[in-house]
Design a protein around this ligand. Sequence first.
Ligand code: C2E
Ligand code: MG
Ligand code: MG
Ligand code: MG
Length: 292
Amino acid sequence: RAKELGRNRFCFYTAAMNAEALAQLELEAGLRRALERNEFALHYQPKVNLRTGQIIGAEALIRWQRPGSGLEMPGRFVTLAERTGLIVPMGSWVIDEACRQLRCWRDAGWLDLRLAVNVSERQFYSGDLQRIVSDALARNGVPPACLELEVTESMLMEDPQQTIAILQSLKRIGVKLSLDDFGTGYSGFAYLSRFPIDALKIDQSFVRDIVTEPESALIAVSIIELAHRMGLKVVAEGVETEAQLGYLQMHDCDEMQGYFFAKPVPAESFLDFMIAGKTLSLTRLPPLAAEH
Ligand code: C2E
Ligand code: MG
Ligand code: MG
Ligand code: MG
């Protein structure tokens, strides 16, 4: 009887494991077809200047309109795409689509908007990134300074010499470079000063606890000061509350993005924000609050 139960359980696990493996295979096959079938889309999260409250641009974030599954988020498929190498053609599509979007904004009269895209490790070291970026800019007639590439701190530590050479080749095109998820990797100050970057993005894990945990506040404020001393801009990501916003403004952070202002939205909705002149309300700034 027990033996029978055990066997049943074994069968059950096997079936579950097969289902899991099958789901992975299906995900991979679906991902392979997604590019040809044009199932990817970019959503745009506004980036806001913390002094003027104005939208200065956006970060492009990939979405997959997977048939029968609705909208898949990058957390579900970017790792697999990285592992299979699909991230390289996918990343090229993202860069081209971002440049196409910049072209549309410029044609509509929004000449100052900047757009950031995320670059994966495999894409960064593919040996082809510089050409892909400059081709996409040229094809769409977009000034390089409008495009920003976000790379993570951790991926740059593989081989610092090669990394610096790649960053410099991108810098020569004229695009902007920023370090995403900053504070979670281990690049160290020595290397940081040698990377030809323009901005640091404070990781959202610090922003989340900025008004509740002194340690997170200390890290965030230190990153702001470090960035400014190195002549870099600093961007806070994942700002969800007015209190977090106030704290960042008080400590002279340059830009922010987060649900408090807007979630990532499709291109049409981003354009609606621009047409409506959506701005971050700065009425509750600390100096004003102090008057009461
Ligand atoms: P990331 O580049 O650090 O992007 C920030 C993530 O935080 C986005 O998630 C964004 O939607 C989310 N976020 C923004 N504001 C808030 C907020 O106030 N609260 C919270 N809780 N989350 C917020 P998403 O779009 O799911 O992307 C996750 C990650 O996937 C990105 O992290 C990036 O590493 C990767 N990714 C997204 N698009 C691409 C892409 O086109 N290429 C590559 N290689 N990676 C991408
Ligand atoms: Mg990013
Ligand atoms: Mg980030
Ligand atoms: Mg991240």
